[in-house]
Ligand binder design. Structure first.
Ligand code: P6P
Length: 339
């Protein structure tokens, strides 16, 4: 009966968030409405990405179609869908997208109390070879939605109300935290619903995998070099860690969250702030890691304490299993002391 009850008691993402919302009476379902529009965007992108390969074959997305019109690239298309969905939700006032140089200020007639920062299709350079890619998003509450300035969105990641990603791979998986743990939902295409499949995700305290682009090793600083060396040639008789690097942040972070280990995009001589963007890559993934019992560190501080000054600013990031990040923090602290 238990299994039967489970099968018929469908916990959809909407129902899950409504249950969550019932703990914050003041929101009157606003967050649920916002989330339902983010979910709509993810469903659209999932369908478009899955057709991308086929579309390329028959000359649609990213190519000229039979009428010779230039089709929009998937990341541009995805961005337009998310921006329109978020504005039409009537619950947002500022949007920051990886695809748009400037922030979008929503028309006062449609303004709500949330700011959403997002990368509509992170890792999109991997589409043509079928590697998993994803949407990453974070949600802030504004203090005063009537005179909204950019400062409203330049908040430290610890102020986020919610963060998540949707991974478009062999299945479409949406991983979300609204501040009380992390849950994973898988899209059931026959229902068009995201169903709870990974309740209360906790990242293992230690891990056997490190995930970094070793091609940048020549330019790494001391602590990163020492840490990676330790992964490959452990002193204390431990077995070496495995290297797994997909080059698509959502895929690398999802594996780290489920299996444990550490994901690193360090600073290097060429890019002193690393490559990943603070608002819509580093903060949402760091928020999820902490909610799952892991850590996220920039090389200088707890990632979620960072106060951004520009909407597309980058930061180095080390995130994953609690004990692994502790090791990196110790190496940077030691360098600090000798400096
Ligand atoms: P590199 C994809 O282009 C991306 O923004 C992230 O998804 C990914 O983690 C990173 O860049 C990969 O960068 O320099 O290792 O190719």
């Amino acid at each position: 009966h238990e299994a039967e009850a489970h099968r018929t008691d469908l916990m959809t993402i909407t129902r899950y968030v409504l249950n969550e919302q019932s703990r914050h009476q003041e929101s009157r379902g606003d967050f649920t409405i916002l989330l339902s529009h983010i979910v709509l965007g993810c469903k659209f992108v999932c369908s478009a990405v899955n057709k991308a390969g086929l579309a390329k074959l028959i000359g649609l997305a990213g190519e000229t179609n039979v009428q010779g019109e230039e089709q929009k690239k998937l990341d541009v298309l995805s961005n337009e869908v998310f921006v329109k969905a978020l504005i039409s939700s009537g619950r947002t006032c500022i949007l920051v997208s990886e695809e748009d140089e400037e922030a979008t200020f929503v028309d006062p007639s449609l303004r709500g109390k949330y700011c959403v920062v997002f990368d509509p299709l992170d890792g999109s350079s991997n589409i043509d070879c079928g590697v998993s890619i994803g949407t990453i998003f974070g949600v802030y509450m504004v203090k005063d939605k009537d005179n909204v300035t950019l400062d409203e969105v330049l908040q430290p990641g610890k102020n986020m109300l919610a963060a998540g990603y949707c991974m478009y791979g062999s299945s479409c998986t949406l991983v979300l935290s609204t501040g009380s743990g992390v849950n994973g939902f898988t899209l059931d295409p026959s229902l068009g619903e995201f169903i709870l499949t990974h309740p209360d995700i906790k990242i293992p305290k230690k891990g056997k995998i490190y995930s970094v682009n070793e091609g940048n090793a020549k330019n790494w600083d001391g602590p990163t070099t020492k840490y990676v060396e330790k992964c490959k040639f452990p002193k204390d008789g431990d077995s070496p860690k495995s290297l797994r690097y997909i080059g698509s942040m959502v895929a690398d972070v999802h594996r780290t969250l489920l299996y444990g280990g550490i994901f690193l995009y360090p600073a290097d001589k060429k890019s002193p702030n690393g490559k990943l963007r603070v608002l819509y890559e580093v903060f949402p993934m760091s928020f999820l890691m902490e909610q799952a019992g892991g850590q996220a560190f920039t090389g200088k501080q707890r990632a979620l304490d960072l106060v951004p000054t520009k909407i597309h600013q980058r930061s180095p990031i080390f995130l994953g299993s609690y004990d692994e990040v502790e090791e990196i923090k110790a190496l940077y602290a030691a360098e600090e002391n000798t400096a």
